[in-house]
Design a protein around this ligand. Structure first.
Ligand SMILES: *Cc1c(COP(=O)(O)O)cnc(C)c1O
Length: 331
């Protein structure tokens, strides 16, 4: 099985913003774009993206999960990067058109079609370090993906890091620069303590990992950081919290300190998990802080984590009622 994100459909769909207008979206080969070497994105990181999925149901119909939320988040990221504004209806139609075109390539569960809308500043001007790109490109790549948990869902090891993942005013932007800023800490954590991910906790405030949100599950309660501009507002996070409330769980969106986390995570029955589109909800088995290892609920994947992941998958896969209206049928 090819690594996640390395296989693409032969075509993508693209619209360009030039001379103050968007071009009619067109299907083009997804293996190349033409870009000026001085393009704004290549020097000043005017790039943002989204990650969402389309699922095949038992009757072979194809459904996209929470597309409206992802489109709205790309609009927000674009605005925060001062990229040209786009019509959300245009992008929704682009996504539906390319998914419909490659409907036959959408894998059956537990696989899915990963959808990667991308918006980049293309103006060829290296003089614009402190000015926005007037031109841009908005395109949607498709990548069929298999079971993220092929080979078994192993509980993750997280290193707690006192630093921030990115500049605090950039946390809500799904933008390339933020991943660049998190790369060295993650590489160091892998080499030093064989951690899978870094949990960024600036000033002792438990925030998120490099590309997923963090949830502590203690009995009937889920605790996760309340939304503010310092971190990425995950759509999986929102979906899991919605499903948890629906099951009668107590959802506490508030500040969580490293001290409280380490104290509660080791209690019997405690669970911790990461949420994100790619891995849905992944159990955390070990927290590492100041050279000490803390086993979360015995170090094994927890039952509530598995149940919530299943509940979300059941809606995505058409096995449970879509009671919150999260699916858009494409064909
Ligand atoms: C994409 C992302 C998430 C998860 O968002 P989803 O909408 O759930 O996929 C969380 N944190 C960061 C930094 C991300 O890039």
């Amino acid at each position: 099985m090819a690594a996640f994100g390395t296989v693409f459909t032969p075509e993508m769909i693209i619209s360009r913003y030039e001379q103050n207008q968007w071009s009619t979206p067109a299907m083009v080969s997804s293996n190349s774009i033409s870009l000026h070497p001085g393009a704004h994105v290549l020097h000043y990181a005017s790039t943002c993206f989204e990650g969402l999925k389309a699922f095949r149901h038992a009757d072979d119909s194809i459904h996209i999960f929470r597309m409206d939320k992802n489109v709205a988040r790309l609009q927000q990221s674009s605005a925060l990067l001062a990229l040209p504004a786009f019509d959300p209806v245009m992008l929704s139609n682009m996504i539906m058109d390319i998914v419909r075109q490659y409907a036959a390539d959408v894998p059956s569960p537990p696989g899915s079609m990963y959808i990667r809308p991308t918006h980049i500043g293309t103006e060829g001007s290296i003089g614009k370090a402190a000015a926005p790109s007037l031109n841009s490109m908005l395109y949607v790549l498709l990548s069929p993906v298999g079971d993220y948990f092929a080979g078994g869902a192993k509980a993750l090891r997280l290193l707690l890091e006192d630093d921030a993942r990115c500049a605090s005013h950039m946390g809500m932007v799904k933008s390339g620069g933020n991943y660049a800023s998190a790369l060295q800490p993650i590489m160091k954590a892998r080499a030093a303590v064989q951690a899978d991910q870094v949990l960024f906790c600036p000033n002792g405030d438990v925030q998120e990992t490099g590309a997923a949100n963090f949830l502590l599950i203690d009995g009937n309660e889920i605790i996760t950081k309340a939304l503010d501009s310092s971190f990425l507002h995950g759509i999986t996070r929102d979906s899991i919290l919605t499903l948890a409330r629906d099951r009668g769980m107590k959802v506490s969106e508030r500040e969580l300190t490293v001290d409280e986390l380490l104290e509660r995570a080791v209690r019997p029955g405690a669970e911790a998990a990461l949420s994100g589109t790619a891995a849905v909800l992944t159990a955390v088995g070990t927290l590492i802080h100041e050279n000490k290892e803390y086993q979360v609920g015995g170090g094994e994947a927890g039952q509530t984590t598995a149940a919530l992941r299943q509940a979300l998958n059941d809606i995505q896969w058409g096995k449970a009622e879509d009671k919150f209206g999260w699916l858009t049928k494409v064909c």
